[in-house]
Design a binder for this molecule. Structure first.
Ligand code: DAT
Ligand code: MG
Length: 138
């Protein structure tokens, strides 16, 4: 497959629950390269821009509250079909309704909002999100 880059987050629930190692381990075992990595507390402004596509939806205020509630791990992953590959190991947005057996969310999460990880959903989103989180890479 063609080499891609994707922006992923370990959300505040993942950091609080001490799953940084577990989740980075799954990424490494999958074979994706980690090409950038940092721990950061997200500002309201960055959160709003990152999730701009969801502005106006009923869950948007809770989403911003949650994503700014503590530090997140942000990383850029690289590899063949990296965007889809990470979304596959992440699993469906709702870890119960759309459980992907063996995925991070199905194995470790219960909630459709506090679902441990984010991953870019397209090449366009990945370009936008990498520029937002790691301007030095863009
Ligand atoms: P994903 O994170 O799988 O790409 P998304 O982009 O549709 O999902 O939504 C972004 C985040 O917003 C998601 O991880 C959790 C939250 N969210 C989405 N739909 C929701 C809903 N119906 N109720 C509560 N939170 C929701
Ligand atoms: Mg999304």
């Amino acid at each position: 497959g063609v080499t891609e880059r994707t922006l992923i987050l370990i959300k505040p629930d993942g950091v609080k629950r001490r799953y940084i190692g577990e989740i980075l381990g799954r990424i490494e075992r999958k074979g994706l390269d980690i090409v950038a990595l940092k721990l950061e507390t997200v500002t309201r402004e960055l959160a709003g821009t990152h999730y701009a596509e969801h502005e106006g939806k009923p869950f948007f205020p809770d989403l911003l509250e949650f994503i700014t509630s503590g530090p997140v791990v942000a990383a850029v992953l690289e590899g063949p079909r990296a965007i889809a590959a990470f979304r596959q190991i992440a699993g469906g947005t709702d870890p119960v309704e759309k459980a992907v057996p063996g995925s991070i969310r199905a194995d470790l999460a219960l909630d459709g909002g506090q679902n441990l990880v984010h991953g870019s959903d397209s090449v366009e989103s990945a370009d936008r999100e990498i520029a937002l989180w790691f301007p030095e890479l863009a």
